[in-house]
Ligand binder design. Structure first.
Ligand code: HH2
Length: 282
């Protein structure tokens, strides 16, 4: 089908997406959806991140604010108090790329100054200061679609056509970013499963993910432990492993290049098999 591998350009070097790249999740929060409190101490977060890298995560995504439905925003100084020590300790210990999961330009700027390679912005570069930072520092950014904001987003979960709406949003935000000087090869798009989406929107987005390929950017998807999130947000997270892996494999089949996951070891095994089947056929 002529499915060319996308390239993601970092400040130094690049990642050729001829295989599915795993981004391992490290939530340095007391209240994250599935792993809140487990890695709230810097040493346990760093150990966890290094374990994920050993298990096959090529990117480590460090976050200090939960964006689960209903979550309240965390003040900037508290967010930095959580992630700053982890980034400082982790940076010299790994060659994996490190990403900062924040929508706040000041947190992203401090993280990049510590050597963080990439910005994961769940607000989709809605803040012009974030675009300017990414352009100035030549770091890649993940542009994610979210309808509304975490505190209220499940109330806004209505769409005429969820895929069209996500497409239009990502098209608009990436166009603005490129016009502001961000290189095309430094952008990744993400449909934002669970962010102002009900389970039927998540399944629709995975099924029709390929419709985002014409935008021309690598696609990242996070199916992990939130496949059933939505109206049924209280479901037991650990039950999501098999579902998340099934969804991840289907997302790769539909065109995903990167997967943001909690369970790196298990997903890596599954995705290596899926890559054999799917990428050769592409
Ligand atoms: N999902 C979460 C957080 N950040 N970033 C991207 N790019 N894509 C996602 O789907 C995504 C994300 C939410 O998941 P989790 O980290 O498990 O929970 P919490 O926000 O409660 O920390």
């Amino acid at each position: 089908m002529g499915w060319e591998a996308r390239v993601l350009r970092f400040r130094e070097g690049e990642l050729t997406l001829d295989h599915t790249v795993l981004m391992g999740i490290v939530n340095v929060t007391p209240d994250s959806f599935s792993d809140g409190g487990r890695f709230a101490q810097p040493t346990s977060a760093v150990e966890h991140a290094l374990r994920l890298a050993d298990e096959g995560a090529e990117i480590l995504d460090i976050g200090g604010e939960s964006t689960r439905p209903g979550a309240d925003p965390v003040p900037e100084d508290e967010e930095w108090r959580r992630v700053g020590p982890v980034l400082t300790a982790l940076r010299p210990k790994t060659d994996a790329r490190i990403s900062i999961d924040t929508y706040k330009p000041k947190i992203a700027a401090k993280a990049v100054a510590l050597g963080v390679d990439m910005v994961n912005d769940v607000s989709g570069l809605r803040d012009e200061r974030m675009i300017r930072l990414v352009a100035r520092e030549s770091v890649p950014a993940i542009v994610m679609h979210m309808k509304g904001e975490p505190r209220t987003m499940q109330r806004a979960a209505g769409y005429r056509d969820v895929v069209r709406e996500v497409y239009s949003f990502l098209d608009e935000r990436t166009t603005v970013a490129i016009a502001a000087g961000v290189p095309r090869e430094a952008l990744v798009i993400d449909p934002g499963l669970g962010f102002g989406k009900r389970p039927e929107h998540n399944t629709e987005l995975v099924r029709r993910l390929g419709e985002l390929r014409p935008l021309g950017f690598p696609i990242l998807v996070g199916t992990s432990r939130k496949w059933f999130r939505g109206e049924r947000g209280g479901e037991i997270p650990d039950e999501g492993l098999e579902a998340g892996i099934a969804a991840a494999s289907l997302a790769v089949r539909s065109g995903a290049d990167l997967l943001r996951v909690h369970d790196v070891a298990a997903t890596a095994k599954a995705i290596r098999a899926a890559d054999e089947v799917i990428r050769r056929a592409r």
